[in-house]
Design a protein. Structure first.
Length: 429
């Protein structure tokens, strides 16, 4: 048995796609266990940026099996587009890509509701892909699963009930409900045929793979601080990106998970609304955005940028029982003369060294910073840790001290080869 979870330690966009792409060479199976096409994993394929939103990053390796499991919400239209894009690049998915029959589907009315809700009093800053409304239906026990989508009579009955249940809110979009229903049914004929060959009992596939001692890589979307239970609620995603979410989201017992690898950016970023204690609304924040190409892979929205928050990352380490970290985008900080690290929060007269649950403290707390010298030297292309500038190495060591976990891999670019292995020839499986 050899299983590994890869997940983000901040608010997403940490570089998980590249890390999974890097590790997939060692794996036999790559598994997505939560989220939907609101995620954007940017990879370099044939020297060009390539973004996957739904299908696991491992699909670019032709002999790997890729699974979308029950914890994911699947937009059949988005899936069709992604399969088509892969096919155009000569990457065929038939026979090695599977979708859980128990995953829930996203339909056009979910996206309409997402847009309507974002115009309300509480703006979350969603991608408007229908993710939240689809998960809401799942929790309300009115959702439509992939297996239901494939059974024509069952689907039509559930569709009718769902549209009636959502009639009040859909009227706000000024959409003709009858025409909406007709379009969904028309598209269903093609889309159900498209996805049928890929539908399977993915939990059983994983169980059989484990029994054969295959190497399984579980790929999270978003980040720990966007987790529905442990993130900066209510400015969170609608599922559980944390390590525990892999068990529920893929139908795997907790004792069958061997290890968890966290991915953390050398600074912090966030997309959308929500508290962000170390956010930089100055030229340094703008510098990090441009150097790091900090624009959403799914929406294109500029990401908010800030200093590294050790309080938040230490919380993520505890929640996920992290023992190893990957540090990404260190090269994007190479021209900064001074670097700050948040080591605590201050609210009124109190100092907080642990991540607070209070909305008020999260929103109004000020970061307590430690300042260290920067490293004004180009580091992109360096392949050995001891060749990094001394101040870069000091920064890494200080982060390790503050969060209590070793940094074993350092990413210095988007290509999968641009990684420093601090511990050479580490086998993750």
């Amino acid at each position: 048995m050899s299983t590994l979870i890869v997940l983000g330690m901040q608010w997403g966009d940490e570089g998980k796609g590249k890390v999974v792409h890097y590790l997939a060479k060692q794996a036999d199976y790559v598994v997505r266990y939560q989220g939907g096409n609101n995620a954007g994993h940017t990879l370099i394929y044939e020297n060009k940026p390539f973004v996957l939103h739904l299908i696991p990053s491992g699909i670019l390796f032709r002999k790997k099996y890729c699974l979308i499991t029950n914890g994911v919400v699947v937009d059949p239209e988005a899936l069709k587009e992604e399969i088509y894009i892969l096919k155009k690049k000569g990457i065929f998915v038939t026979g090695r890509f599977f979708i859980s029959e128990q995953a829930h589907v996203i339909l056009p009315y979910h996206k309409l509701i997402d847009v309507i809700l974002e115009k309300g009093d509480v703006k979350i800053g969603t991608t408007k892909k229908g993710i939240g409304p689809a998960y809401a239906d799942k929790v309300k026990r009115i959702g439509i699963r992939v297996i239901d989508y494939l059974e024509k009579d069952v689907f039509e009955d559930l569709l009718e009930k769902n549209l009636n249940e959502k009639l009040f809110i859909l009227k706000k979009s000024k959409i003709n409900i009858l025409k909406l229903k007709e379009k969904i049914l028309k598209d269903h004929k093609e889309l159900s045929k498209l996805i049928k060959p890929f539908v399977a009992d993915t939990s059983l596939i994983i169980e059989n793979a484990i029994a054969k001692n295959k190497k399984i890589l579980f790929e999270s979307a978003q980040g720990t601080l966007l987790d529905l239970d442990f993130g900066t609620y209510p400015f969170v995603t609608s599922s559980n990106p944390i390590a525990g979410g892999a068990c529920l989201g893929a139908g795997v017992g907790p004792t069958k998970i061997n290890d968890v690898l966290g991915v953390v950016k050398a600074y912090a970023t966030r997309v959308g609304e929500g508290p962000f204690a170390t956010e930089l609304l100055d030229n340094v924040g703008e510098f990090l955005r441009e150097e790091g190409g900090e624009y959403g892979a799914t929406t294109g929205r500029p990401r908010r940028c800030g200093w590294f928050d050790a309080v938040a990352v230490r919380f993520s380490v505890r929640i996920n029982n992290i023992k190893h970290l990957v540090l990404t985008k260190l090269d994007c900080m190479q021209s900064l003369k001074k670097i700050k690290i948040c080591i605590a929060y201050k609210y009124k007269n109190d100092i907080y060294k642990e991540f607070p649950a209070s909305r008020t403290i999260q929103k109004y707390a000020k970061p307590v910073y430690e300042e260290i010298p920067g490293f004004n030297k180009r580091i992109k292309g360096i392949t050995k840790f001891d060749k990094l500038p001394i101040n870069a190495r000091k920064y890494i060591k200080r982060l390790e001290q503050l969060i209590g976990v070793s940094i074993d891999l350092i990413s210095l670019g988007r290509k999968r080869e641009e990684i420093i292995e601090i511990k050479k020839n580490t086998r993750w499986f």
